[in-house]
Design a protein around this ligand. Sequence first.
Ligand code: FAD
Ligand code: NAD
Length: 465
Amino acid sequence: MKDISCKLLVIGAGPGGYVCAIRAGQLGLDTVIVEERKPGGTCLNVGCIPSKALIHAAEEYDRIVHLASGKNPFGIKAKKPELDLSQTIAWKDNIVGRLNSGVSSLLKRAKVKMVQGRARFRDGKTVEVETETGRQVIHADNVVIATGSAPVELPNLPFGGSVISSTEALALTSVPERLVVVGGGYIGLELGTAFAKMGAKVTVVEAQARILPQYDAELTRPVAKRLQALGIEVMTHAKAKGLAKAGGMLLVETESGSEVSLAADKILVTVGRRPVTQGWGMEELVLDTDGPFIRIDERCQTSMRGIYAIGDVTGEPMLAHRAMAQGEMVAEIIAGHKRAWDKRAIPAVCFTDPEIVAVGLTADEAHKAGIEVRAGHFPFSANGRAMTKLGEEGFVRVVARADNHLVLGIQAVGQGVSELSAAFGLALEMGARIEDIAGTIHAHPTQGEAFQEGALKALGRELHI
Ligand code: FAD
Ligand code: NAD
């Protein structure tokens, strides 16, 4: 097979890699992208998109179950629904398939050459790819590593049989009767909640003192309350020790140091993700690292000239939109534009029930950084639109500098608040003051009004509470 030479080689076609390649193509860079699986990476194939499809289907099912229970206040009478999970999964796979084709078309339109197969570094400027038709050698002036992440495996609970990762959980065609989730973080709670709504008896085993330890306790309290209402048992300060010899049982060490066994048809292990940095020749380049991740500077440049790294392989926050923003920036840098990472904040959304959004600093984080703050907190229980949706649980919180009122952070928990993340992110990125938010007309009746009211409250001028 004839060698290929290009200006830019991107390894991995996840959200980081494919966005980088599309932007590079648009800028006229001669670009090649290598992907060993399917375009779209973790996010599109086994992450963001399929999980949100499953979460939505579970919500729809749960809503009808609730209506059928006769306990709803709307006067709606409904029959108990049935769920065919294999059909749900087929619907989800169809969405994924359409998006796979969409990404391939966008790459093609940007004149990016796609090579299917596993890349392996020969040296810093040369990569070999094992393709279906033989070995392809690619020489590149610049290389972007965008190989993403994979689920962390617990040594005492390796994947296989009843022990599954999120990838297998998103492909189950029947709802397990008893599901134990090890790790009460993003994936464990998003998927654990979905399976509970679909009828599984779910237990969450979390090593820390509370679920979603990356968020503050006030934000996670409504989520914990809802888990309880859904019948999900949460064990905190608890560690999975391994499978019991008898089978079908997970041994768990509790806070007191005693051991309990939990009956489980499936054990979903979601204790974090690790960067894909080994087994494909990258380690031989001896790039500087930051723990297990590749160390990068503000231009996503690694310790080796001409080699960049973006996305999950570079560490937290491991979020698709961060990977995309890095990918776009690196393409422009390679095309000669003056760019550096200058984002004020990366919004984080947890698609639990209710949802959590966090952008920028909390009041505690600002205090720790020595900044005096002024904060406003507005509950959805005082928001008309939330009341009409039975979504009174939760709030919006606005945190700003006490001296000049520059908004430092915005957090919210509540039904459907993921869609407010755009307004929150924009406010921070535009350098909004509390007065800007308070002075913006927010349409009525919407949950967004709680954002304006939070700002008014921070100014001591709240109107609806
Ligand atoms: P990836 O998406 O992991 O893509 C890397 C690609 O590189 C893969 O396609 C892989 O096959 C390929 N690759 C690796 N090694 C090689 C090689 N040697 N040769 C060729 N190809 C290679 N993030 C959010 O922002 N919002 C969410 O709602 C969300 N939900 C999630 C739900 C789940 C269940 C999971 C698992 C993750 C979720 N994430 C979410 C995280 C998100 O998926 C990642 O942050 C994102 O995919 C990272 O993008 P990336 O481009 O860095 O890497
Ligand atoms: P996570 O870091 O969110 O949660 C892991 C949890 O497991 C933590 O609460 C941790 O305390 C716990 N834990 C660790 N070891 C344990 C053990 N031995 N026993 C019991 N508990 C243990 O990780 P995740 O849920 O696997 O998700 C991985 C990453 O994927 C996230 O960090 C996030 O970046 C990304 N993600 C994002 C979204 C989103 O944006 N909505 C959704 C899913 C995943």
